[in-house]
Design a protein around this ligand. Structure first.
Ligand SMILES: C[S@@+](CC[C@H](N)C(=O)[O-])C[C@H]1O[C@@H](n2cnc3c(N)ncnc32)[C@H](O)[C@@H]1O
Length: 219
């Protein structure tokens, strides 16, 4: 069974709404492309993990990763825990009602399609906090939506407005995609060496990935 099938299969026993949401995430987000940039071992935090599909995928693709998912939404975490248990995957899911970052240090922190829900200032502050919670040699992997090309951005924005305001699938204060340059500057300002990785060619979603690395201890 492929890693993707194993993760999707983990949700087989859950309700139709959960299965639908996870299926949509797999179609709209290039999880395998993002996963390639996450260290293959160590303590990994998936911040804003939602139903946990990406956190489970991180564990399936590299069992040396000790994965923790955190979210503000307890209902999604309950689904994530159930899926992890059904698939017999040792992933922890932790509730952070106030959105606080669990204490590190972490060898990797992933933030996949979360920042646009927080508002610009809070998003930039969270990125800086995450950077500071990394162990030496650790990586911060941030997947967001680019604001260019404009039509793709407007499409993604419309979809997210439906998720947050109409179907209320996603918790958040609103939809405010952070300009990529500001995101990159916040990561660099927190001491990371930042790489911008092109993603999602051929997709209608203008995916954007930043990988920030904290220098390893010398000696
Ligand atoms: C679009 S979903 C993405 C979920 C998951 N990362 C994925 O890729 O499928 C955004 C998630 O961020 C969560 N979220 C919003 N604000 C948060 C915060 N301050 N701290 C942690 N999670 C948050 C929401 O509850 C939601 O589950």
């Amino acid at each position: 069974m492929s890693p993707e099938s194993r993760v999707r299969d983990a949700y087989r026993g859950l309700g139709r709404g959960d299965r639908f949401h996870v299926a949509v995430r797999w179609r709209s987000c290039p999880f395998p492309e993002v996963e390639k940039h996450v260290p293959r071992a160590g303590r990994v935090l998936d911040l804003g993990c939602g139903h946990g599909a990406f956190a489970l995928y991180l564990a399936v693709t590299a069992p040396e990763r000790a994965v923790t998912g955190v979210d503000v939404d307890e209902a999604k975490l309950a689904s994530a825990r159930r899926a992890a248990a059904d698939a017999d995957l040792p992933v922890r899911f932790v509730h952070a009602p106030d959105g606080a970052l669990p204490a590190g240090p972490w060898d990797a922190i992933t933030v996949v399609d979360v920042l646009y829900l927080l508002g610009r200032a809070a998003a930039l502050a969270l990125v800086a906090d995450a950077a500071h919670a990394l162990a030496p040699g650790g990586a911060l992997v941030v997947k967001e939506i680019d604001v260019r090309p404009r039509w793709k951005y407007e499409l993604a924005r419309a979809q997210e407005i439906v998720s947050t305001r109409v179907t209320r699938i996603t918790e958040g204060t609103g939809v405010a995609f952070v300009p990529p340059g500001e995101l990159e500057a916040a990561m660099a300002g927190a001491g990371l060496t930042v790489e911008r990785v092109p993603l999602g060619r051929g997709s209608v979603h203008p995916h954007l990935l930043f990988v920030g690395r904290r220098e390893a201890d010398r000696g």
